[in-house]
Write a protein that binds this ligand. Structure first.
Ligand code: AMP
Length: 473
């Protein structure tokens, strides 16, 4: 399994138009509210005020393995400033956790310095890396993102705009980029817009963020989404925007709405909470069930459970309590560890479920670990029946564009049909939302033809054809 391909990340950038102001605290808060996008490492690169530069290097970087609050102690923050800064949170699977892969990447070269924070995954990183290595460029990590910074550095003599367009034309895959140069903050989104990126402003400057919830967190105002194939260059006196790609199909990752994004974010004009409520409503119409109580698997199943309950006229209750201090189940490396982690993570409120017919809503089934465990503890707590309803279609194919999914053989819906899976989970019934239903939950006006979303993990049809078995999954 090529672990390099699986990265889930969040990026955040701030540019203060007054170079005496400090962008670092804002980026720190922004990263806190993107923590759900990556819990393994965090970093900030900051552009020093030219009058206060302590070192030769215009861009300083602090980064490390751990949560934002662990990497940035008050000591670190008190000695680290800059009027523009980019930050990154990252989650990767076992094998690529090494500290060299922690972002942002910073490169200092003759003509200047650049820092890059990248969310996404490149599908031609190996080829580009080889070409760069042949041209004498050295690499210090195994990350795709270092390919981007080295390409920018190599092309920098042509000027920033040209260096960016040349880099971006070369790389293929998904990317939401926040780039810091000697005088600019740059945002760029891949031609299909697979990963989200938006722009905000505050009194005194500009913000780039993976999700709008991070703009809210720092008291900023949402301005707009960066368009697929768009580059935005923010400098002291102007904001320049240009499109670097010919028209391509917009293919925003549907899994952002299903699971990954925070419900208080709005991505490409769709509010994530609303889409999850609608998914629950649609699911209750597609696969109705007689039950006494609807519960949602916290946190990502809760909004859809509310929608399901409303549409079905079944009361919504809590039923399951989740420890706030346990990381995501996927972080545990082995199946045995994962199963243990699930029981630490969720507990049942017995009085709520005793002798009731329960509908339990989750956003997705990947390996089946969570659902199997929850059915068993719900039944142990006295639930009379447990019916599972899932707000995404079966995940049958891996993601090559930045969401962590296991190898195809470990995707339980790839191996089992719905009836078989229902029996193996020990549930009384199981149903998934249809692909059409999911599309309608995100975009109620969708007619289903040529959707503006990437549904690759459900359908195996990816917006960029190069993905496939040959990538080693
Ligand atoms: P599983 O237990 O393997 O079936 O995974 C499904 C559960 O993991 C659901 O409760 C999801 O909310 C959550 N989940 C889905 N996709 C991911 C992901 N890429 N990373 C971490 N958790 C996920």
């Amino acid at each position: 399994m090529n672990d390099k391909l699986h990265e889930e990340c969040g990026v955040f950038g701030v540019f203060c138009t007054d170079s005496k102001k400090d962008a670092v605290p804002l980026v720190y808060y922004g990263l806190f509210s993107l923590q759900h996008r990556g819990q393994e490492s965090a970093g900030i690169a900051a552009l020093q005020n030219p009058d206060e530069r302590k070192t030769e290097k215009p861009i300083e970087c602090r980064k490390g393995v751990g949560l934002v609050g662990e990497v940035f102690s008050s000591d670190v923050l008190s000695q680290f400033t800059g009027f523009a800064a980019v930050g990154h949170v990252r989650y990767s699977t076992a094998g690529s956790k090494s500290p060299e892969n922690v972002q942002p990447f910073v490169s200092h070269f003759k003509l200047g310095s650049v820092a890059v924070a990248h969310n996404g995954a490149l599908i031609n990183a190996d080829v580009v890396r080889e070409l760069l290595e042949d041209a004498g460029v050295g690499f210090s990590s195994s990350s795709d993102s270092e390919v981007i910074i080295n390409l920018i550095a190599k092309n920098y003599k042509k000027g920033l705009e040209k260096a960016l367009t040349d880099t971006i034309k070369f790389i293929k895959g998904s990317y939401a980029l926040a780039v810091l140069t000697g005088d600019a903050l740059v945002g760029a989104r891949d031609p299909n817009g697979i990963r989200p990126l938006c722009m905000g402003k505050f009194d005194g400057g500009w913000i780039l963020a993976s999700e709008s919830c991070a703009i809210d967190a720092v008291g900023g105002t949402f301005v707009r989404d960066i368009e697929p194939g768009e580059v935005v260059i923010i400098r002291k006196d102007d904001v320049l925007s240009f499109s670097f790609s010919e028209k391509t199909r917009k293919a925003v990752c549907a899994f952002e709405y299903v699971y990954f994004a925070r419900p208080d974010s709005v991505i490409d004009s769709v509010d994530v909470y609303g889409s999850r409520i609608r998914a629950g409503e649609i699911l209750s119409r597609e696969s109705p069930v007689s039950a006494d109580l609807v519960i949602g698997v916290p946190d990502s199943g809760v909004s859809a459970a509310i929608g399901f309950g409303r549409a079905a006229g079944i009361p919504f209750g809590l039923g399951i309590v989740k420890s706030k201090y346990v990381g995501r189940t996927f972080i545990a490396p082995s199946q045995i560890m994962r199963e243990k982690a699930v029981s630490v993570k969720h507990n049942i409120i017995e009085s709520e479920v005793l002798n009731k017919r329960i509908v339990i809503i989750d956003d997705s089934i990947v390996r089946g670990t969570t659902s199997r465990r929850l059915v068993s503890i719900l039944k142990a707590a006295g639930a009379k029946e447990v019916h599972i309803r899932i707000c995404s279609p079966p995940v049958r194919f891996p993601c090559y564009f930045g969401i962590d999914t296991p190898h195809r053989r470990d995707l339980i819906s790839n191996v089992n049909g719905v009836n078989e899976l229902c029996a193996s989970l020990g549930a009384d019934s199981l149903a998934f939302i249809s692909v059409q239903g999911l599309l309608q939950s995100i975009d109620p006006s969708s007619s289903g033809g040529n959707p503006a979303y990437c549904l690759g993990c459900f359908t195996g049809e990816y917006p960029i054809p190069a993905a496939g078995e040959d990538l080693g999954k």
